[in-house]
Write a protein that binds this ligand. Structure first.
Ligand SMILES: [Zn+2]
Length: 255
């Protein structure tokens, strides 16, 4: 945070937004250089406001911000990328909500988060792609988020004994921070992890999204990956994400 300047420019992605007072909005923003910020956009809900239409949820914006002691003030806003498909499709919207909430939980106020900003910006784009496997895109986002946060799960060595993992079915332990072999899984809280799921996780860990997005996974494999990474994320957050529940409820309605 540039302490000396009262006004500063930044790019941002809008993680959360809620109405405040008569016509204001309070925003939670992720910025590349200043981390997570909270800012008020005064009068933003008035149709005549210069800010109106430039501060949509999940959009990538360029802002001029006046520094405040608690809450910053959005002085000017320009939309750079609206990610419109996220607003026209319930499932895309729910996934965008989920990754924005995960980002919120894993980011710190006013700390530099340039790689996380780049990841979130890319992932919102992945969720907009017409033929995207949305669940696969979100799993990839989760794994990259874990890496950036310093919680990358151990996928190549047993998280307990550190010996290389053999090509067979294994276990996953959230408490141990990754995959553990059947021998070390005895007496420990761990869930089974198939060799196929381990292969997909390793592929995702090693390659960029472009090389991953064409994978065709069975519903069972999707479910296993979601369960595995989900249990690990929940363990790390120590509380159930509201958006996970929301997504589960939404799925139950759709399927
Ligand atoms: Zn082991």
């Amino acid at each position: 945070m540039p302490r000396s300047e009262r006004l500063f420019k930044t790019q941002a992605i809008i993680l959360r937004r809620y109405d405040y007072g008569e016509a204001d909005r309070i925003l939670t923003l992720l910025t590349p250089d200043y981390g997570k910020l909270r800012a008020i956009a005064k009068g933003a809900r008035k149709l005549t406001s210069r800010l109106n239409g430039h501060l949509e949820l999940y959009s990538h914006v360029a802002l001029l911000i006046a520094r405040g002691s608690d809450l910053h003030v959005v002085s000017q806003a320009e939309q750079l990328e609206a990610f419109l498909p996220l607003h026209g499709d319930l499932l895309r919207n729910a996934y965008a909500h989920y990754i924005a909430e995960l980002t919120d939980r894993f980011s710190e106020d006013e700390e530099t988060h340039t790689p996380l900003f780049a990841l979130l910006n890319a992932a919102l784009g992945w969720l907009c792609a017409p033929e995207a496997d949305l669940a696969l895109a979100v799993r990839y986002f989760e794994l990259r988020l874990l890496r950036l946060s310093g919680f990358e799960p151990s996928l190549f060595e047993c998280a307990v004994g550190q010996e290389p993992l053999m090509a067979r079915d294994q276990f996953f332990s959230a408490a141990e921070g990754g995959v553990i072999c059947p021998e070390h899984a005895r007496g420990r809280a761990a869930q089974p992890l198939s060799l196929n799921a381990l292969k997909v996780l390793r592929h995702m860990a090693r390659t960029d999204y472009e090389a991953v997005r064409h994978l065709r996974l069975t519903a069972a494999l999707h479910a296993e990956l979601e369960r595995t990474l989900g249990s690990y994320l929940l363990h790390l957050l120590e509380l159930r994400l509201k958006s996970v529940e929301f997504l589960q409820q939404l799925r139950m309605r759709l399927l």
